[in-house]
Design a protein around this ligand. Structure first.
Ligand code: SF4
Length: 212
């Protein structure tokens, strides 16, 4: 069984698939407490579903892109066979993880969107840097940047781990904390090989709206 906070159909708000229709499976629990977290409601609330029941819910939508998210989905080990089964069924599967738990057992057909937590998140010490060795070219590393100090730290990490050779890199702002234009200007000044993105759902809907 997996504890599921919500299953819903919306557009991908982040990642290189931004703008595409997508089914989201939000799993309950998170082992981190980021300073800017906007999904605290997923820390404890949820309903126990079997993998088959989750798949039945997914099949209600006419869409082949599924994102497993949280909270931290990797807290529940059963998310691994769920993703495997979805891949076997022909779904394109993505997982969003905070980057503190091992990713090597995730099916290689799944795109991993992995955060590396910046200093202002207050969770930087939880980053599991060994995960970088397991990133594939279809994966993406996401930095959520709240300050200039965060930005400078990201640049250092990208260089140190040669990240741009390994996978896609996403830069986004902590909503309401850092101005998007400041981050864009820094990226352009430094000619960084990263993709700037906004949390699209916070612009389309009310920023606090759930299930979108
Ligand atoms: S990893 Fe995600 S869900 Fe967990 S505390 Fe951080 S922002 Fe919130």
């Amino acid at each position: 069984m997996l504890k599921v906070n919500e299953i819903y159909y919306s557009v991908q708000g982040e990642s290189s698939k931004a703008g595409l229709p997508c089914i989201f499976v939000r799993l309950t629990y998170c082992n981190l407490r980021c300073s800017y977290c906007d999904t605290e409601y997923a820390f404890y609330e949820g309903t126990d579903f079997s993998i088959d029941t989750i798949i039945e819910q997914i099949q209600k939508y006419n869409c082949k892109l599924v994102e497993i998210t949280g909270g931290e989905p990797l807290v529940q080990a059963e998310c691994l066979p769920l993703m495997e089964k979805l891949c076997d069924m022909g779904y394109e599967v993505m997982i969003e993880t905070g980057g503190s738990l091992p990713i090597e057992k995730i099916d290689e057909r799944v795109s991993v969107i992995m955060d590396l937590k910046c200093p202002s998140s207050k969770m930087m010490q939880k980053n599991r840097y060994e995960n970088i060795n397991h990133l594939k070219t279809i994966d993406e590393v996401k930095f959520v940047i709240g300050t200039r100090e965060d930005y400078d730290w990201c640049k250092k990490i990208i260089e140190e781990y040669n990240l741009s050779e390994k996978c896609h890199i996403l830069f986004s702002v902590v909503f309401g904390q850092l101005k998007p234009i400041d981050l864009v200007n820094w990226i352009l000044e430094d000619n960084l090989p990263v993709r700037f993105q906004l949390q699209m759902h916070k612009i389309i809907w009310e920023p606090t709206k759930k299930g979108v």
